[in-house]
Every structure is written in structure tokens, then in C-alpha cells.
Design a protein around this ligand. Structure first.
Ligand code: SCA
Length: 340
């Protein structure tokens, strides 16, 4: 039996995370392919898992998808406990302004972009990446939802709200129509350069150079307007999973590429609401039908989450011996369970 599970990233994961980063392509800033930038993230992750205080300050938790036994790493997912701490977190908020002229008998609705810091202090999930050869097998769901199990099990380490930023629409030639229509005029940089500068040096340069007044979208080129709130084609599976979890698009977009920012109340995430802490009542050789759910055990450093075939009964969970042994679970232990 092979069993893929999520576990905290460790000091020795630099090379396998780098191999994943090499497969992501442009615009995936949470998993930089530059080794020293990646090492800095890994160090930040180690400090975060090692921190005893439970209040969200500015932690990064990286979970790595590993195949039990072989140790092969096939993906990762991340959680930032509190964004906007070191640098303010900027978004564009799209709001609607309707103006009416009685003389003309005309009402003109216009969308306006406001530069805001409305998400300073919230948590963020991101950096969701699965090796292309492992896609469409249901592992994407495990990757994504293990983070919500971790958040539910360590609730005090996260904020009341959680966001996820989806990559915005990019043309086949790599151009961002939104950046070309707006940001480029104020920065004199290509989208790739600005995005890279942002991921390496933070976004103070945005505060310095971004237009301070609201922007009427009608003044932008048509293709830039069309990109507002539109996810990258590859981001559609991630967006579907976020929606199923209870995230919604409330009109906030990324200031670089206008990709949608998805928002949820942490307490109301589907996984957090539905998860149960249950004892392992019995360990058996085989379970006839494959029941599909997600399970997690361990606290911080020994956290692990996997797809389980467990049966849920009145006394608790029944697990197969193989699954229990791979995940180091004994009868009588409690584990966190959520149906898929
Ligand atoms: C995002 C993942 C990890 C998802 O893994 P998989 O592709 O294996 O996912 P999956 O299980 O096959 O599909 C997940 C859900 O999306 C649906 N789905 C799949 N393809 C679809 C499509 N073209 N149109 C509409 N829906 C689609 C599936 O039916 C399924 O929903 P049902 O469950 O209903 O059947 C992967 O695609 C990936 O690594 N993509 C490249 C990197 C990327 O774009 N990452 C997201 C960056 S954005 C980010 O990180 C923030 C978001 C976040 O962190 O959550």
C-alpha cells in the first residue's frame, strides 16, 4: 500500500522543495526557485513550528506531501498565520459607483479600484503545488484540506479570517494585461520583474509608487478590465476547492495581476466546522469498503494528515493495521477526522 501524507517541512527538504519549485513556472512567488530564498523560507518554517506562543505573529507553516515508505516528495501547501506584519498587505478593492444626471436622464455605473490594506492581520493559505504526474488523483484535495485540519487543530495560532490569492490571468506569451494597463505606467518595470522584486524585497515599493487616488476601470484598456478578478487558467482547480471549502470572492484583487482574492471566516471553513476528534476504537486487517475521509494526528512538529479508509462507528474509528502502522497510530489514540 502506498500512502501519501502531509508533514511539516524539515531542514533537509531544501532539495526536494527546490525540485518542486523548478516545475512551477512563472508567477508562483510562494515557492521561489532561487535556493537561498527557499532556504530563508525553510528557516522561517522551522522557527514557526518551534514557536511555543500560540498567538499569530508572522509564522509560515509549510506542509510537504510525502509518500510513506519511499519518502518521495510530490507537493506542498503553506499557511501564513498573519499577513501584513513586516510590510502592509495591499489589495485593490473593486467598488461600484453609480452617478445619475437628471438632465440627461442617465445613470452611469462605474467600477473603481481602491488601494486598501483591509487584509492586514488575517491568515493566508497559499503555495499549493502538486507534481503534474500526481494530479487528478484526489491528492490536491488532501494537500488543500490538510492545511484546514492543521488550522482547526491549532486554532489559536491563526486569525479570524483567512484569504487565498489566486494567480491572475496571463496571456500565452506571459504578459499580464492588467499590469500592462496600469502598474507598468507607475513602475516602468515588466510584470515578472515587479513580481520578483516583491517576493524578494517586500512591497514597500508599491506604497511608494502605486497611484494613491482611486482608479476608474473604464479608463483602463479593455483587456486589462477583462482581467480583473479572472483567475489564471491553471488556477481553476484551486479555485473550485476554495469555493467548496467556503471561500468566496468579495471584490478584492491582487494589485499586480488582478487575480481574485478569496476570503473566508476561519471558524466557518467546511473542514474546521465538520472535523471531529475521535478515538481509534479498533485496528483490523482489512476494511471491506473504502470509506473516504481525511485524518490528522500529532500536534506541531509531528503533525501528519492523510486520506483514510477509516470506518466511523459509535465507539470511534476503525483503521486498517497497515494505515495505522504507516501513520504510527495505536488503538486508543485520538485522531482528527473529517469526511471527504
Ligand atoms: C491546485 C492543485 C494542487 C490541485 O490538484 P489536482 O489538479 O490534482 O486537483 P483535483 O483533485 O484534480 O481537482 C480539484 C477540484 O477542481 C476540479 N477541477 C479540476 N480541473 C478543473 C477544471 N478545468 N475546471 C473546473 N474544475 C476543475 C476538480 O473536479 C476537483 O473538484 P471536486 O473535488 O469537486 O471533484 C494542482 O492543480 C496544481 O498543483 N496546480 C498548479 C499550481 C497551482 O495553480 N496552484 C494553486 C495556486 S493558488 C494558491 O496556492 C492559493 C490557493 C490555495 O492555497 O488553496
Amino acid at each position: 500500500m502506498t500512502l501519501w501524507h502531509l508533514r511539516p517541512a524539515q531542514v533537509g527538504d531544501l532539495d526536494c522543495l527546490h525540485a518542486l519549485a523548478e516545475q512551477t513556472g512563472a508567477g508562483f512567488t510562494n515557492l521561489p526557485s532561487d535556493k537561498s530564498a527557499l532556504q530563508a523560507r525553510l528557516d522561517w518554517n522551522m522557527r514557526s513550528f518551534g514557536r511555543e506562543e500560540e498567538t499569530p505573529e508572522n509564522e509560515l507553516y509549510i506542509l510537504v506531501l510525502e509518500e510513506a515508505g519511499s519518502g518521495t516528495v510530490g507537493g506542498c501547501g503553506m499557511i501564513f498565520s498573519r499577513i501584513g506584519v513586516r510590510w502592509p498587505f495591499y489589495s485593490y478593492k473593486v467598488s461600484r459607483l453609480s452617478q445619475r444626471s437628471e438632465e440627461l436622464g442617465r445613470t452611469v455605473p462605474l467600477d473603481v479600484l481602491h488601494l486598501v490594506n483591509d487584509f492586514n492581520g488575517v491568515s493566508e493559505v497559499g503555495g499549493l503545488f502538486l507534481s503534474p504526474d500526481l494530479r487528478s488523483l484526489g491528492l490536491g484535495g488532501l494537500l488543500a484540506r490538510s492545511r484546514y485540519l492543521f488550522m482547526g487543530m491549532n486554532r489559536r495560532r491563526f486569525a479570524e479570517k483567512v484569504i487565498a490569492e489566486l494567480r491572475g490571468h496571463i496571456e500565452p506569451d506571459g504578459r499580464s494585461p492588467f499590469w500592462d494597463g496600469l502598474g507598468r505606467k507607475f513602475f516602468g518595470m515588466s510584470f515578472q520583474d515587479a513580481d520578483e522584486f516583491n517576493s524578494q524585497h517586500g512591497n514597500q515599493f508599491i506604497a511608494d509608487l502605486m497611484p494613491k487616488y482611486p482608479v476608474y476601470t473604464a479608463l483602463l484598456p479593455q483587456e486589462a478590465q477583462a482581467a480583473i478578478g479572472r483567475p489564471h487558467d491553471n488556477g481553476v482547480p484551486a479555485m473550485r476547492m476554495l469555493e467548496k471549502e467556503g471561500f468566496s470572492f468579495t471584490g478584492y484583487v491582487d494589485i499586480f495581476d488582478a487575480g481574485p482574492t478569496m476570503v473566508a471566516d476561519t471558524e466557518r471553513l467546511r473542514t474546521v466546522q465538520q472535523m471531529q476528534v475521535l478515538p481509534v476504537a479498533e485496528i483490523v486487517e482489512t476494511i471491506p469498503e473504502d470509506r473516504r475521509g481525511f485524518a490528522a494526528a500529532g500536534t506541531l512538529g509531528d503533525f501528519r494528515a492523510w486520506r483514510t479508509g477509516a470506518l466511523v462507528g459509535e465507539q470511534g474509528l476503525t483503521l486498517t493495521a497497515e494505515e495505522a502502522s504507516l501513520m504510527k497510530i495505536n488503538a486508543g489514540d485520538t485522531i482528527t477526522y473529517v469526511a471527504s
